[in-house]
Design a protein around this ligand. Structure first.
Ligand SMILES: N[C@@H](CCC(=O)N[C@@H](CS)C(=O)NCC(=O)O)C(=O)O
Length: 208
């Protein structure tokens, strides 16, 4: 049995959708970031870094969306979450690494400037820098979707659930997401997938 530790609306949504797409049984354990549950003694035993997602697979803990989604792709090859061709697989992993190491931190700068500068006087500057960087990253994701239905090309891959996280954060934070026409059309396509709809609705119902 697999158990996903997640927080509603956090980047763990990517792994949550990945599990739905994999079609294997799993259970959900909410770790409410708004209540600081990522820092409880019990959760720090699961992920000592105090972050979601974490996926327990028969007692072994996997962390990082890129790793979890790659694992699901390899474990359930028939679901075609990751391409079989090694170079295409590497392209997917490369894009998820960019999401994790560039796109996500740009949002954090905007959302949590205090984590990047101790001096309060510097927070407004860090926030503004994060806003610009995050918006530029959203525009780059939009450009990746101009030619195809899905992020990596004509086929849905594990990269798609990850890209949905940033669309949601953009909307929630008041970015003009509708200006990104390809990203917006893709988001509507994503929401028509039963797996995506189910994961998003189940997170919305989880009390925060
Ligand atoms: N690169 C990691 C990022 C994990 C991460 O930063 N998760 C955030 C939620 S989006 C978190 O748990 N934050 C809690 C905290 O920093 O206290 C991944 O993709 O899994």
């Amino acid at each position: 049995m697999m158990t996903l530790y997640f927080s509603p609306g956090a980047c763990s949504l990517a792994s949550h959708i990945g599990l739905e797409e994999a079609g294997a049984p799993y259970e959900l354990k909410p770790i409410l970031l708004a209540k600081g549950q990522q820092r409880t003694e019990d959760y720090l035993k699961i992920n000592p870094r105090g972050k979601v997602p974490a996926l327990s697979v028969d007692g072994k803990i996997l962390v990082e969306n890129t790793a979890i989604l790659t694992y699901l792709g390899r474990r359930f090859p028939e679901k075609r979450l990751m391409p079989m061709d090694p170079a295409e697989e590497a392209r997917c992993i490369g894009t998820m690494c960019w999401f994790s190491s560039v796109v996500h931190p740009s949002y954090q700068r905007f959302h949590r400037p205090e984590r990047f500068a101790e001096s309060e006087a510097a927070h407004a500057g860090v926030k503004e820098n994060g806003r610009k960087l995050f918006w530029a990253n959203l525009q780059e994701i939009d450009s990746m979707m101009q030619a195809n239905d899905w992020v990596m090309g004509p086929e849905f891959t594990a990269v798609d659930p990850y890209a949905l996280v940033f669309y949601g954060w953009g909307e929630r934070s008041g970015f003009p997401m509708k200006e990104l026409s390809a990203y917006t059309a893709w988001q509507e396509r994503m929401m028509k997938r039963p797996t995506v709809k189910k994961s998003v609705e189940s997170e919305q119902k989880t009390a925060t």
